[in-house]
Design a protein around this ligand. Structure first.
Ligand code: FES
Length: 206
C-alpha cells in the first residue's frame, strides 16, 4: 500500500498525541470497518468557544494515527462551529490523499472529533441528543466507505432506498453479486446502524 510522505510523517511523528487532564469534552469512537479506536480530548474557551487544546490517543493503524494527527491540527484554534464542519475528505486531502481502502480511517478521525464537540455541547446545554429520523440513517450511510474507490456509498449512488418504520431500518443497495466488497459493505451498514437505540432491526436488500 502506497502512502504519501505526509501520512508517513504524521504517523512517525504524530502531533497532539496524549491525553488532557480535566478536559472540557472527550469522546471515543470505534470504526465499524476495522474495529480500531480513537479517543479525543478538548479544552474549549467558554466565551469564544475556540478549541484551545486538543489531544488524541489512537489504538489503530498508521492512517488512523496520521488522520487523527492532522484533524487535531486542523481543529486547534477553530471555534466549535468551524471544527464541526471539517470533513474526512479535507483530512485526507490535507495528507495528500490516502489509499482507497484506508479512507475509512479518516472517517473515524472526523467522527471522533464531532462526537467530542457534541459532548461539549450537550454538557453546556448548547445541544440536545439528536432526535432519530430517517435522515439520520442517510447521514450515517455517508460514513461508510466503499473500499475499492475510497468514496462513501451515498456519494457513489449505491444507496437506492432508505426507510425507517417501527424500529426497522431498511436500506436498498445496488452492488454487483460478484463484488468482493459486497459482504463488507453489508456488515458495515449493519454495524453503523445497530448502534442507534432507535433501530431494533436492520434490513438490507441488495
Ligand atoms: Fe482501522 Fe485504519 S484500518 S482505522
Amino acid at each position: 500500500m502506497k502512502y504519501s510522505q505526509k501520512v508517513l510523517d504524521h504517523f512517525m511523528h504524530p502531533h497532539n498525541i496524549g491525553k488532557l487532564e480535566l478536559p472540557d469534552a472527550k469522546a471515543t469512537e470505534g470504526s465499524p470497518a476495522c474495529g480500531d479506536q480513537v479517543s479525543m480530548y478538548l479544552k474549549v474557551n467558554e466565551d469564544s468557544k475556540v478549541i484551545e487544546d486538543i489531544k488524541f490517543q489512537s489504538y489503530g493503524c498508521a492512517s488512523n494515527i496520521a488522520t487523527a494527527s492532522i484533524i487535531t491540527d486542523m481543529a486547534k484554534g477553530k471555534t466549535l462551529d468551524e471544527a464541526k464542519k471539517l470533513t474526512w475528505k479535507q483530512a485526507a486531502d490535507e495528507l495528500d490523499g490516502l489509499p482507497p481502502a484506508k479512507m475509512h480511517c479518516s472517517v473515524l478521525a472526523v467522527d471522533t472529533l464531532r462526537k467530542a464537540i457534541k459532548d461539549y455541547e450537550i454538557k453546556h446545554n448548547l445541544a440536545s441528543e439528536d432526535e432519530f429520523k430517517k435522515t439520520t440513517i442517510v447521514e450515517e450511510l455517508k460514513h461508510i466507505i466503499y473500499p475499492k474507490v475510497g468514496e462513501d456509498i451515498v456519494s457513489l449512488k449505491m444507496v437506492k432506498y432508505v426507510g425507517f418504520e417501527n424500529g426497522v431500518a431498511t436500506v436498498d443497495i445496488e452492488i454487483p453479486k460478484f463484488d468482493q466488497y459486497r459482504q463488507n459493505v453489508a456488515d458495515e451498514i449493519r454495524e453503523h446502524l445497530e448502534k442507534y437505540d432507535a433501530i431494533k432491526k436492520v434490513e438490507i436488500n441488495m
